[in-house]
Design a binder for this molecule. Structure first.
Ligand code: DLL
Length: 433
């Protein structure tokens, strides 16, 4: 698939690393000289910009955490003046005080460039109609995708979230060829379309999904692709770094992280030590050219692995694999670590099971109990008790094998669990209520 900027995207790895080193060095000098926050952080860590002699010296620099943004709410650590800022985005604050991110025009340009490369790598461009069904407003999904899509000359259909029947009508009437939304919302759109008598595969021109903002599994991808007749690509980003920024290419083998934009490290979340390529750990990113809110070694909290081999598409930039979950999403059930994505992975291999499930964690005495409510697909929900028992055994067996912990199962009818327009909420943790 063609490149947006082949000179950068196919640049030999050594040249990319040389470029990264230069960008890192100038970032560190700039922040040491002009940002009180970073100056103090580097002093505490006893590191000076002159100590950065090679790219791997990034390990000498201090980490940055979400709490640093919260503690400095709303804009105490911005390094651009008010008149240089052209936009704010604000996180929803569901896990604490919201965080505010400011952008200069160059920051927005780099963000759109990152997406333009990604969208081109999955074959989108002029003539495509991209329906942006991520939320617009304070969330970064809508506007981020919007400008990325315009940058490649596609036509944007800015539907935002909600009003699902109208979304489907517009998808048909205006010939949307791609949709950008959370995987959960696309599942909901697919179901509503069926109720309206619209077959997305046959009655629309939709061929591509750009799906992210929440964890989803390969099994879910296969189901969405088959059901809706589209190619579904994963897209990743966080509001603190800009928003949706990195997509898979047509190979569907992980997100390309553009080296001129970001320096990726995978670290051990407990010790902070760097891990080898291919080892699973916490994603940590330095954004190399951010002006308004530079981020050095930002500990995102997402668990993944990094691959450094040249991709079959010819792009030389490293890839990170599907996000397994956040460190803080991990449930500890009777001492065993469980990620919701492991449950999705196990369930999607069972044909009788639908795409929706819910996890409820409770504590009885000193022990944690996990109940998984599993929606069956329409065809499999039967009145015959024996059929249901067999499916239940299958689900129990698969979950026990993959999680190594006993789980209570409740099979529920198709359509009975909540549906989501944005990020889904799959876990109800009653221990913390
Ligand atoms: O979710 C930005 C975004 C918008 C990404 C649209 C992709 C598409 P936040 O609300 O700050 O930003 O949430 C960021 O969401 O740290 C991950 O835990 C999770 N996340 C985002 N994309 C993926 C993905 C946006 N593709 C947090 N797979 C991140 C798994 C994802 N998790």
């Amino acid at each position: 698939m063609k490149c947006w900027d082949p000179r950068i995207e196919e640049m030999p790895r050594e040249d990319l690393q040389r470029m990264q080193y230069k960008l890192l060095k100038s970032l560190v000098y700039r922040l040491y000289s002009f940002s009180l926050f970073y100056h103090n952080r580097m002093k505490e860590q006893k590191v000076h910009p002159d100590d950065i002699h090679k790219l791997s010296d990034v390990h000498k620099l201090p980490f940055m955490f979400k709490r640093d943004l919260r503690d400095n709410y709303p804009d105490k650590i911005f390094t651009a003046t008010k008149d240089e800022l052209v936009r704010y985005h604000v996180s929803s604050g569901t896990t604490g005080k919201p965080t505010v991110v400011g952008y200069t025009q160059n920051d927005l340009d780099n963000w759109s460039t990152s997406l333009a490369r990604g969208l081109t790598s999955i074959g989108l461009g002029r003539g495509d109609v991209i329906q942006v069904s991520y939320g617009y407003g304070l969330f970064t999904g809508g506007l981020g995708m919007h400008y990325g899509a315009e940058r490649i000359g596609a036509t944007v259909l800015p539907t935002s979230v909600g009003n699902t029947e109208r979304q489907i009508e517009l998808m048909q009437d205006l010939g949307a060829t791609a949709i950008a939304c959370t995987p959960s919302y696309l599942l909901h759109i697919g179901e509503v379309a069926e109720k309206m008598g619209v077959n997305i595969k046959k009655d629309t021109q939709l061929r591509t999904g750009i799906l992210g903002a929440e964890p989803w599994t390969e099994g879910m991808r296969n189901r969405i692709q088959e059901w809706l007749g589209i190619c579904a690509y994963d897209i990743y980003g966080t509001s603190e770094l800009s928003g949706p920024m990195f997509t898979e290419c047509a190979e569907q083998k992980g997100f390309h992280i553009w080296s001129d934009i970001a320096l990726v490290e995978i670290i051990d979340p407990k010790t902070g030590e760097s891990l080898e390529t291919g080892e699973k750990g916490e994603l940590t990113i330095t954004i190399l050219q951010k002006e308004a809110l530079p981020m050095i070694r930002y500990r995102i909290g997402d668990i993944t692995t990094m691959e450094e081999d040249v991709c079959a598409c010819g792009r030389t930039h490293p890839r990170i694999q599907r996000i397994q979950g956040r460190v803080d999403d991990m449930l500890i059930i009777r001492g065993i670590n469980v990620f919701p994505s492991q449950i999705e992975y196990a369930l999607m291999a069972i044909p009788e099971v639908g795409e929706h499930f819910q996890i409820e964690v409770t504590r009885k005495g000193a022990l944690d109990d996990m109940l998984v409510r599993v929606e069956l697909n329409k065809e499999s929900f039967s009145d015959k008790i024996n059929d249901l028992m067999l499916v239940r055994q299958k689900v129990e067996h698969r979950l026990r094998n993959s999680l190594n912990v006993n789980v209570d199962i409740e099979l529920v009818e198709a359509g009975s669990l909540p549906r989501f327009e944005g990020k889904s909420k799959k876990v109800i943790d009653k221990r913390s209520m």
